[in-house]
Ligand binder design. Sequence first.
Ligand code: PSU
Ligand code: MN
Length: 329
Amino acid sequence: MASSSSALSRLSNLRGHLHPSHSNKGGVGFIKISPEVSEALSNGHAVVALESTIISHGMPYPKNLETAREVEAVVRENGAVPATIAILDGIPCVGLSMEELEKLANLGPKAQKTARRDIAHVVATGGNGATTVSATMFFASMVGIPLFVTGGIGGVHRHGEHTMDISSDLTELGRTPVAVISAGVKSILDVPRTLEYLGVCVAAYRTNEFPAFFSETSGCKVPCRIDTPEDCAQLIDANLKLELGTGILIAVPIPKEHAASGRLIESAIKRALEEARDKNIIGNAATPFLLARVNELTGGASLASNIALVKNNALVGAKISVALAQIKE
Ligand code: PSU
Ligand code: MN
């Protein structure tokens, strides 16, 4: 383990490599922003933040690397710059090079799953951290990226009223003004309690119902329906201009052609949940275990669906991001 002083001094040495507009603003001075992302931010171009736990803990190698690259390509094809966020050797990075992406994909679960609460420790020990939704939102907001795409966010776990296992993603949405595009939350979680706890604007894209990741439906209605990227951009712009200080969750249902395997996946989820309970797998180990087990039980169908919905979210997110950049022009 690197000593804490050396990790911090390497960080402050980075200041010299940062874009001038980002170099002297408190915490942002400790973040390495890729030249491409830095330039896009300075010019007001569309940028989409992407998380990295999905790469390290959400999918097996090499599918994780392949998907991370494809998701970045979808963002580019739709006119925005992708900014994948992770902590590498103790340095928070916004925008990863191909080599950095590969390093993270190779590390897989050896990278530390890093929520907001873990950031200081990973940095101080010079570790490699894959950022969850909460940590990714934190860094995105700090460098001025208003929009972030992922697969699904964390939520209130089933029986959360007893275990108190509520993802810090929900708390982060309540305190950080970044719009998160996701396919809702997985039905391994308690969807109604997740929505109840959120307390921020939750919009559903081209549907009246909150989607449940592998499935287009959850049985929960959403008060705010939005049908175009432009209207999503207006919502985000209003949230920023009013300085509400809270995030927005925009839920995009899985594409129809991939929702078909939903029932098979649902029954696998039930079985994986029972196994997790028997093995007493709890806390931040719960979601990675359930994802891997459900993929095994469905013979890879859940992974294919997962990849399809992340790419679809990237497509929608990039379009919203471009529309948002146009409003600001
Ligand atoms: N939900 C998914 N796939 C994921 C995650 C959640 O369907 O990969 C990851 C995200 O990084 C999310 C994190 O932020 O898990 C939530 O973990 P926890 O429940 O430990 O807060
Ligand atoms: Mn959890």
